[in-house]
Ligand binder design. Structure first.
Ligand SMILES: *Cc1c(COP(=O)(O)O)cnc(C)c1O
Ligand SMILES: [Zn+2]
Length: 419
């Protein structure tokens, strides 16, 4: 059995035993998001640096802190243990002392969402279900389709019309049944919820399923372990629904509580300026609905975030901060990240890099700061989005003089940050 003791409502504090309740009945499905709690003392009896040394390099190494009964025999193969890469030239360009990138773009389906989906599929199988569903604009869906394909269960995916083609191709490649809903994301979400109830599918929508954030928590557990001997001052992560940053903060805090790492870093939440309800709620303590802004970073284009309380609390408890970045700053960060660190980030991931620049500029972090940036998704997921940021190649005739001409024209535009 798992070490889960109970679930706590983040709105009213009521507690519930592990069971069929997914959201607090008093606060309702919108506000009554639950948080999973563990017997940390019990977990700490077997989870320490020494025992970790011999375990598989995947999320399942943290079995004591996962809401699954048999983490040693997980139904899903390899998710987790992505590399932490040094980016000295990117650090210099951003004006910080040290910058490391945790490259989740190298995960199985190329995004941070794999961590949540692995737990979702494990829980579905544990409950004897053979089908799992979600509504998503992209990475949540592709990661679910991937994990379901590995485990051999059916995935039903509801996407809105404007889903990036790379992500759509992944869904079809992993053999998911894809419903392209003629309507908005909200329509797709509502239809998925109805279908789960009608057909008895396991619902992977992060909003109502408190266990998925425990998968995202492994990003923080892992980072805490990988940086145990030289923890960063700050961890930057882009924020849409709020589930990722809250999970990472929770994982880092648990690693400190267990004594595996010495220090829990401060969290820097980064939202797109056009869609920043959580950054605003961090200031006011309340969520204001109904903004009509937008951002080209589709994975964080979330106007009504469900996990805003966890995202606000996680950052606050870490003594962290929120910043917002414009689409122009995000586009510039896509190029910086690739050129100066060799990591091709999708726009929503590059937003975190842009956020470090903004936080530095605003004096939130200083010039000596040691920062880890979560690169939450791979740039190949959204090729048109990347090209909008990166521009076009030089068109030349098959003639050396054209090449020489381009070199001459471009030798003047050589800002110091490029080398
Ligand atoms: C989902 C996602 C995020 C944000 O995660 P939330 O849990 O929605 O806050 C950031 N970057 C990428 C690439 C994502 O797919
Ligand atoms: Zn409640």
């Amino acid at each position: 059995m798992s070490n889960v003791t109970h679930l706590v409502c983040v709105a009213c504090g009521a507690t519930y035993p592990e069971g069929p309740v997914l959201t607090c009945p008093t606060c309702g499905p919108e506000e009554g998001i639950l948080d999973v709690r563990y017997d940390l003392a019990k977990a700490g009896r077997t989870l320490d640096r020494k025992s970790l040394a011999g375990r598989p390099r995947s999320i399942w190494r943290y079995g004591e802190l996962l809401p699954v009964n048999d983490p040693e025999h997980p139904p899903v193969a390899h998710v987790g243990w992505t590399p932490v890469l040094e980016g000295p030239r990117l650090a210099a360009a951003l004006g910080v002392g040290r910058l490391r990138l945790k490259d989740e773009g190298r995960s199985a389906s190329n995004s941070f969402k794999d961590r949540a989906s692995a737990i979702g599929v494990a829980r579905a199988i544990q409950q004897g279900q053979s089908a799992i569903a979600c509504a998503s604009t992209g990475n949540a869906a592709t990661s679910l389709a991937h994990c379901a394909a590995v485990a051999g269960i059916r995935a039903y995916i509801f996407v809105p019309r404007q889903v990036p083609e790379g992500k759509l191709a992944q869904l079809l490649a992993y053999g998911a049944t894809v419903f392209r809903v003629r309507g908005s994301y909200a329509d797709a979400y509502a239809l998925c919820t109805e279908a789960c109830a009608a057909f008895g599918w396991y619902n992977r929508n992060c909003a109502v399923n408190p266990y998925l954030i425990e998968g995202k928590k492994t990003g923080g557990l892992e980072l805490g372990e990988q940086c145990a001997d030289d923890p960063p001052d700050w961890v930057a992560c882009s924020v849409g629904d709020g589930c990722s940053i809250a999970g990472i903060a929770k994982g880092l805090a648990e690693m400190k509580a267990l004594g595996i790492s010495q220090q829990a870093p401060r969290m820097l939440g980064v939202q797109a300026a056009g869609v920043a309800p959580i950054a605003a709620a961090f200031e006011t303590g309340r969520l204001r609905r109904g903004g009509d802004g937008t951002t080209y970073a589709d994975s964080i284009n979330v106007a009504v975030p469900r996990n805003w309380r966890k995202a606000v609390n996680g950052v606050r408890e870490s003594q962290g901060a929120y910043v917002t970045v414009t689409d122009g700053e995000i586009m510039r960060a896509v190029g910086l990240c690739g050129r100066l660190a060799g990591v091709f980030a999708e726009p929503a991931a590059a937003a975190a890099v842009a956020g470090v620049a903004v936080a530095r500029h605003r004096g939130i972090i200083n010039e000596r700061a040691d920062v880890v940036v979560m690169i939450t998704g791979n740039g190949l997921k959204d090729v048109p989005g990347a090209l909008r940021a990166l521009g076009q190649p030089y068109d030349v005739r098959p003639d050396l003089s054209d090449v020489a001409g381009v070199l001459k024209r471009t030798s003047s535009e050589n800002p110091s940050e490029t080398h």
